[in-house]
Design a protein around this ligand. Structure first.
Ligand SMILES: NC(=O)c1ccc[n+]([C@@H]2O[C@H](COP(=O)([O-])OP(=O)(O)OC[C@H]3O[C@@H](n4cnc5c(N)ncnc54)[C@H](O)[C@@H]3O)[C@@H](O)[C@H]2O)c1
Length: 315
């Protein structure tokens, strides 16, 4: 049985990926410090190590114990606004933490590492739409810069030590288990607010658009990237469609029967106005297609929050 070590496996995308890998018959071990991840997200068939990726010695010990064949690296500090305020903390987790992992991958001769980059944060304000992987990298935040650094470090480890890698530039991922406290997930943030009958914030006009990709489809992309030998190393993982924040609010308002309004706030620095990704490379080389249509994914996600929210109230 092949072994996969997943960092951030107690988080949103991480736990969805772990569930799929377990279902596919892999042995999975998780490294997560539960910064935003949750114990209840952890797959019961996976081994769990509560470790901070900034702790190089602890990371090495886990590699020595678990002897993984592959690594999926999803642990990160992903709060864009906080990264602007405190780039040092962000770099410590996303760059130094990632380097600790790459070093262990090298030391323990890992076959391949699949890592989380960000299609929403590395390109900056797009010069062309949909955005291809070849688009200039012009990050508007230290978070985006840290993801580019991670890609570049992975490239150098591949060139120097033959560590194969795939950097996944996810669009805006959404789905069950997304943490409304993580800032990135407008759908989870709105769902939580509307469930509590609170008026959510909309920054800017609400006409800003994003490419929303469902978490299960992202997990599938991670699995394909792990198991396929590819010519390219960097892939956009998005639907290629754009959806506005106002459209999301309208859908959820209707779904939760909320009759209030959103509170309008000024546009945030460091956030792009319009973006959607060209996913043709992932389709061609990984054989990946985003299977879940937007409305279907929204329904599944909103249902999950409804159930989850109710449970919280009962407790
Ligand atoms: N959600 C999105 O829309 C999106 C978009 C682009 C890229 N990404 C990337 O995908 C990855 C997963 O994101 P997510 O949405 O699942 O976020 P998440 O916060 O749910 O998951 C991140 C996990 O990493 C863990 N973690 C954080 N710091 C850690 C540390 N120092 N040591 C060990 N574990 C640590 C957290 O506890 C959490 O479980 C991240 O790398 C993120 O940058 C996410």
């Amino acid at each position: 049985m092949q072994k996969i070590l997943v960092t951030g496996g107690a988080g949103f995308i991480g736990s969805t990926t772990v569930d799929l890998l377990v279902e596919k018959g892999f042995y999975v071990c998780i490294v997560d410090n539960l910064f935003l991840g949750k114990k209840e997200n952890i797959n019961k068939k996976a081994a769990f190590h509560k470790i901070d990726i900034r702790n190089k010695t602890a990371i090495e010990k886990v590699f020595a114990k678990e002897k993984p064949d592959f690594v999926v690296h999803l642990a990160a500090h992903m709060n864009l606004r906080q990264s602007i305020e405190n780039p040092f903390f962000n770099a410590d987790v996303n760059i130094i933490g990632s380097l600790n992992l790459l070093e262990s991958c090298k030391k323990f001769s890992i076959e391949k590492i699949v890592l989380a980059s960000s299609g929403g944060a590395v390109y900056g304000e797009p010069l062309q739409l949909p955005v291809p992987e070849s688009h200039p990298l012009q990050p508007l935040s230290p978070y985006g810069a840290s993801k580019i650094a991670l890609e570049e470090y992975a490239y150098s480890y591949w060139k120097n030590f033959g560590l194969d890698f795939a950097a996944m530039r996810y669009a805006n991922v959404f789905g069950p288990r997304q943490n409304p406290k993580s800032e990135a997930g407008v759908i989870s943030i709105f769902s939580e607010a509307l469930l509590q009958n609170k008026n959510p914030f909309i920054f800017g006009s609400g006409e800003q658009t994003r490419d929303f990709v469902f978490s299960k489809d992202v997990a599938e992309a991670n699995f394909l990237a792990l198991t396929k030998k590819t010519k390219s190393h960097i892939f956009n993982i998005g639907t290629g469609e754009e959806v506005s924040v106002n459209r999301i609010f309208a859908f959820l308002k209707d779904f939760f029967g909320f009759d209030g309004k959103a509170i309008r706030k000024p546009q945030i620095t460091g956030e792009v106005k319009r973006i959607f990704l060209d996913n043709s490379l992932a389709k061609k080389e990984l054989g990946w297609i985003p299977k879940t249509r937007f409305e279907e994914g929204m329904k599944i996600t909103a249902e999950w929050f409804k159930k989850h929210g109710k449970k919280k109230l009962i407790l």
